[in-house]
Ligand binder design. Sequence first.
Ligand code: UD1
Ligand code: UDP
Length: 391
Amino acid sequence: MTLKPSNPARSAPLRPLVVFGTRPEAIKMCPILIECQKRPTEIAPIICSTGQHREMLAQVLGYFGIQPDIDLGLMKPGQTLTGLTAACLTAVDQVIQDQKPDCVVVQGDTTTVMASAMAAFYHQIPVVHVEAGLRTGDLMAPWPEEFNRRVAGIVTELHCAPTERSADALRREGVPESQIRVTGNTVIDALLHTVAKERSDDAALREKYPAATADSVVLITGHRRENFGGGLADTCDAIMELAKTHAETQFIYPVHLNPNVQGPVHERLGGLPNVHLVKPADYPEFVWLMDRASVVLTDSGGVQEEAPSLHCAVLVTREKTERPEAVDAGLAELVGTDKQKIISRVSHAIAERSKNAKNSQGNRDEIVLNPYGDGKASQRIVDWMLERWPS
Ligand code: UD1
Ligand code: UDP
């Protein structure tokens, strides 16, 4: 299926509706918006936040200096997947009716992405999918993200695949070659933009996160729905055990605001002297924390892509990943959520890193070559849109 932009004979700049709603979408979309700002005569995005996230989204937009033209403010505490999907579909539909954009740009695999792509399809407006083609092949892992990403893919005109592997997944699904381009992942554009800045002046961060200046730091995140309940509880129990047996190691855990995460994490890990449960960190702060950490324990998609660049041992609390490139390159390891396995693999990583202390490595400042991108993904994505829909 090839849709035409709603306004094919355009003489003005291309007007994409760029939609995002959560923290990771904003981190990965802001570099594209910054790239558009460099070419105002060619491309003039209409920036729409669904507000699927509130505080965690505001943190990112503030840092990148991006102000949405439209804020749908959809987040409700404890929102359900169905409720959010319905609200998002209805609200984005109205935005498309009002704005009549040339195309709709979405990023990743959230409810915002799936619903916005569907709304664009109902208006027969082409979709540009950033970070296309990631697959585990299992609809239940990650849940519901594998479904969201596949639905968006069905209606996408330009598939911006971060890697050859994701492009291959699209080819296997029958997407024509002309609709696939390997662009790299914009998360690396954002990381490169941020890391140098944070390293140059980190006095305030050292004061805010004194634990992060220790020699041995484990940074933790976790929020996958398929880990709610048993998986998250077992991961917390493993962290508790590790904290007791590694008293010299500092465990820093910025806790996701989802109440299904906040409750169990605070209940199980609150009060341990070397476990620091902190608020979600501002994006540049989190990049700095990754830069300080020797080990990262996470089920996050974005963190799997970033942390390998910063000399961290990356242990992934998932059984399957749609980002296998780092695992194949020996830069990350899937450890699942089995308590004993987490204890064993984190202990091993802590010991390895103390032999080969990250912070005394001569090349610590070097950004490790990363399979997910080279920092030029946004440029390639904007180039492709302008090439496909010239004025
Ligand atoms: C969502 C995405 C997930 C993504 C993650 C990134 C879906 C289905 N899930 O999961 O793919 O990996 O974001 O973080 O799209 N909350 C706040 N403030 C915020 C953000 C969230 O209070 O700034 C709380 C609210 O109670 C909200 C709840 O977290 O209802 C869940 O938010 P939601 O976006 O539905 O799911 P996430 O778990 O954040
Ligand atoms: N991140 C952040 N603050 C934190 C934790 C993570 O800014 O406290 C950033 C991180 O650098 C990465 C992104 O958030 O770019 C990942 O988002 P998240 O883990 O929420 O979602 P996922 O990538 O799993 O969809």
